[in-house]
Design a protein around this ligand. Structure first.
Ligand SMILES: CCCC/C=C/CC(=O)SCCNC(=O)CCNC(=O)[C@H](O)C(C)(C)COP(=O)(O)OP(=O)(O)OC[C@H]1O[C@@H](n2cnc3c(N)ncnc32)[C@H](O)[C@@H]1OP(=O)(O)O
Length: 241
């Protein structure tokens, strides 16, 4: 991913990601992809806050549809998808990595990962929650979501948000090694098993997709939510001094 400075998932970047995924899926010589970041120290800062602030309801609806599409397409991809997480990965960045089949995280205490939405005064939608529950179990997800926990590497491994923590200079090589192991499995059997495991979760969003967009638009248009998102963005900007 190369969307400097922080790989935020803007509408344009989400569209690019989806086009890239589609191209790779349509090319039958590809069987797997490794998602990693070109922004030093940052895997992805998550959803682009500027897409959710000070825009009109039509824009929010279009943006949310693209976020849903990203989740559905990566979560259900027939390819083996591995995240080589080489930086901090809050909220939507964590969600993107949770759509993958396997997560390798660089062992750097700065590289926290988690769904921290409550810290911004917003609520992770049910499909963010479902993805986390499917990964780390109900009790750990309940605690992580309510507290907006961002896990440093050792904790992320202990709770199961990631599958492996390795020295920073071994993230890419480990991801390639893991990819080779996954590609050794007969593809047809692996793909059907992935679908078996994930389709019920995806179906829940597919049947409630329009209602989920409407909920998001209603929520994000609230004055109180707009105020807290503006304040959060301002805080990020002022951090530099
Ligand atoms: C029903 C509603 C559900 C909605 C769900 C939302 C899920 C989400 O994903 S919300 C987004 C959550 N993301 C975050 O909380 C991360 C915020 N960013 C950071 O904590 C830091 O930027 C960082 C740790 C990722 C990187 O820190 P660093 O010091 O290297 O860079 P900064 O100076 O903070 O940022 C540079 C630049 O980028 C802007 N920016 C950062 N994050 C975002 C973002 N998520 N969206 C848009 N823009 C972002 C930041 O404001 C800076 O901008 P300027 O250069 O213009 O000052």
């Amino acid at each position: 991913m190369r969307n400097p400075p922080v790989n935020s998932l803007s509408l344009e970047f989400l569209t690019e990601l989806l086009i890239s995924l589609e191209k790779l899926e349509n090319d039958k010589t590809f069987h797997g992809i490794i998602i990693t970041s070109d922004c030093p120290g940052i895997f992805s800062a998550g959803l682009d806050l500027t897409e959710m602030c000070g825009r009109d309801p039509e824009h929010y609806a279009e943006y949310w549809k693209a976020v849903q599409e990203m989740w559905l397409r990566f979560y259900l991809s027939n390819l083996v998808v591995i995240a080589a997480i080489n930086g901090v990965s809050p909220a939507g960045g964590c969600l993107l990595s949770l759509t993958c089949d396997y997560r390798v995280l660089a062992n750097n205490p700065k590289y926290a990962i988690g769904l921290n939405e409550t810290l911004l005064g917003i609520v992770a939608p049910f499909w963010f929650k479902d993805t986390l529950v499917n990964t780390i179990g109900h009790r750990s997800a309940e605690r992580a979501l309510q507290l907006g926990l961002l896990f440093p590497p050792a904790e992320a491994l202990r709770v199961g948000v990631v599958d492996q923590v390795v020295p920073e200079d071994q993230v890419q090589s480990t991801a390639r090694l893991v990819m080779a192991q996954w590609l050794d499995i007969p593809d047809h059997a692996r793909q059907l098993t992935k679908t078996l495991m994930r389709k019920p979760t995806a179906d829940r969003l597919l049947t409630e997709r329009d209602a989920d967009i409407q909920n998001f638009v209603r929520f994000i248009c609230k004055d109180s939510i707009q105020k807290s998102l503006h304040a959060y963005l301002e805080k990020l900007k002022q951090k530099k001094g």
